[in-house]
Design a protein around this ligand. Structure first.
Ligand SMILES: CC(C)CCOP(=O)(O)OP(=O)(O)O
Ligand SMILES: [Mg+2]
Length: 240
C-alpha cells in the first residue's frame, strides 16, 4: 500500500491524450476534453485522501492557441465551467485553487472567475490545486527576470543577491510553499515536458503513462505514486 510519509508533497500532471481518446471512440475532440475535465475532478479527492499538498495541472499551454478557434473556445468554456460549477465543492472540501500563466490573454469571463475562485479559496487548508492556464515555462522565467531587474533598478536588491531563492520567489509558482514538484506525470506516452514548469522540475521524478488522460484514474494514479515511492532520490548527492 501507499505509505503516507512517502507520498509526494507536490504532484504536477501534463494531462495529454484527450483528442486521441475521443478519436478512438469516434467522438469529437470536445468530448475528449470534457472527459479529461472529469478525469481531473476525480483525482482531487484522491489527493486529499492520500495527503498530497499541491497538484499542478497543465490545463492550457501558450502553444495551445494555435488550435482551431472552436476547440480553443470550447477549452476556455470548459475551464470557466469547472471554476463556476466546482466552486461550492472546493469550498466544502477545503480545496485552494490558484491559476498560473498569462491570465490577461484569457476571455474576460474566465479572468473574472479566476479572480473570484482564487480569492474565495485562498485560505482553504487542504489540497492546493494549481491550474496552469496559458502557462509557458520559458515565459515564466522571462517574467521572473523582468521582475527581478525592476527590483535591481529600483535599488531593492543588488545583482549579487540574486540567487535561486530570489528567482523561485518571482516565478508564478510563488503562490505555493511547495514550488518544486516531487513527481511529474505525463499521460498518452509522450516523453517531453512541452514548456511546462522548466525551472521547477530540476529534481523532479518523471513518470510516463501510456494511458490517455481521460482513462487515467485511481488505479493509474496509485501506480504512479507506488513508482515514486520506490525511487531513491539522490538530488545529485550521496552514493547509490
Ligand atoms: C489542453 C490539454 C489539456 C489537452 C490534452 O490533450 P490533447 O488535446 O493534447 O490530446 P492529443 O494529445 O490526443 O491530441
Ligand atoms: Mg497532446
Amino acid at each position: 500500500g501507499l505509505s503516507r510519509e512517502l507520498v509526494p508533497k507536490h504532484v504536477a500532471i501534463i494531462m495529454d491524450g484527450n483528442r486521441r481518446w475521443a478519436k478512438d471512440k469516434g467522438l469529437p475532440s470536445m468530448a475528449g476534453h470534457s472527459a479529461g475535465a472529469r478525469s481531473l475532478m476525480k483525482l482531487v479527492p484522491l489527493c486529499c485522501k492520500w495527503g498530497i499538498k499541491v497538484l499542478t495541472v497543465y490545463a492550457f499551454s501558450t502553444e495551445n492557441w494555435v488550435r482551431p478557434q472552436m476547440e480553443v473556445d470550447f477549452l476556455m468554456k470548459l475551464i470557466e465551467r469547472m471554476l463556476t460549477e466546482e466552486l461550492e465543492n472546493f469550498m466544502r472540501n477545503g480545496i485552494r485553487v490558484s491559476v498560473i500563466g498569462e491570465s490577461a490573454k484569457l476571455p474576460e469571463s474566465v479572468q473574472k472567475w479566476v479572480t473570484k475562485v482564487t480569492e474565495a479559496t485562498k485560505n482553504n487548508p487542504r489540497l492546493h490545486l494549481i491550474l496552469a492556464i496559458n502557462y509557458g515555462g520559458r515565459n515564466d522565467i522571462v517574467q521572473s527576470c523582468q521582475s527581478i531587474l525592476h527590483k535591481v533598478k529600483d535599488g531593492l536588491i543588488k545583482p549579487e543577491d540574486v540567487d535561486e531563492t530570489v528567482i523561485c520567489q518571482e516565478l508564478q509558482t510563488k503562490c505555493t510553499e511547495f514550488p518544486y514538484p516531487d513527481l511529474l506525470i505525463r499521460t498518452s506516452g509522450e516523453l517531453r515536458i512541452s514548456n511546462f514548469l522548466i525551472w521547477q522540475l530540476a529534481y523532479t521524478e518523471f513518470y510516463f503513462d501510456e494511458s490517455l488522460w481521460p482513462d487515467f484514474g485511481e488505479r493509474e494514479f496509485a501506480k504512479a505514486l507506488h513508482s515514486f515511492q520506490r525511487r531513491q532520490r539522490r538530488f545529485g548527492g550521496q552514493d547509490a
